[in-house]
Ligand binder design. Sequence first.
Ligand code: ZN
Ligand code: ZN
Length: 354
Amino acid sequence: MGKIESIQEFLPDDKTAAVITGGVNRRYLSGFNSSAGAVLITKSRARLMLDFRYYEAALKAVGPDIEVVRFTRLIDDLNSIFLKENIKSVFIEDCYVTVAQLDEYKKAFIPAVLTEGLSDKLAELRMIKTPFEVEKIVTAQRITEKAYTEVLNYLKPGVTERHIAVELEHLIKVYGGERVAFDLICITGQNTSLPHGVPGDRVVKDGDFFTFDIGSVYDGYHSDMTRTVAVGSVSDKMRMIYDVVLQAHLKAQKRITAGNTSADVDIAARDHITESGFGEYFGHSTGHGVGLDIHEAPTVYKTDKTVLKDGMVITDEPGIYLPNEFGVRIEDMYLVKGETPVDLADITKELIII
Ligand code: ZN
Ligand code: ZN
């Protein structure tokens, strides 16, 4: 079933419509990116409502399952359609619309406004990627890998975190990335114990770890990868912690199969780290979905009961963070495919010493 048909099936009757205003969800449903507009779906029709800036481009870009409609005043034009087609209630996205907008919609829309269910339905649909979407995620990942491999040449004692981060961002754009997928995490030494450390003036030193949590965007789709590498040399403790994290990653990876839950994946990594004595130093979830957003459903955590299905793309990113010492995280994205998870990254997870 197509995306539009799935939303039409979600609508209880032909007197109910869905109005999708969230930018990412509009892009997901229509394949068209714009800064404003709405997707209007009723039982029998789907329309992409755009203003004059986008109308012509959308006519050429949008597929046959959605009509492109030019609006002058969005709410008035929607109300005219609601009246004409006898729409009595309208779903909006509770996870996107602000309290102020909700107020406005309730006052302005002629039909009753319904807030429950549409956001969840969209998140559920977006979890399952089409081969076309997976291809874009992989392209984003390959761009990151090319930039990462090149930047490793610059990683030597004396260089700053900031220098590495800026170089990576530059290379990601040179190699075809629309932009970076998030503020790149390029941190070294004690900073690696901060899971979301910000690159600054800290200088790379011999015997330190360097953590890269990096990603690109390609045609709207994100990629996400973390590697921790050692500079010059590595202590026994660093090697030991690295190995615990790597084994946790691999144990979680084995659970990324259709029919398991997100919780199964998290518990595999968490149990290994806990049994190794470092449970208190792994304070985040094992992973998350990736797609048009860098973080999307499901959350790969011990309380999440989402059943993994073919086509989902989730990360596996356990870590151990020893305060004022160092941290290690190893992250790849995996495509769920029956019994065999497909690793979307093509970069070794073994410890490398630069
Ligand atoms: Zn990441
Ligand atoms: Zn991640």
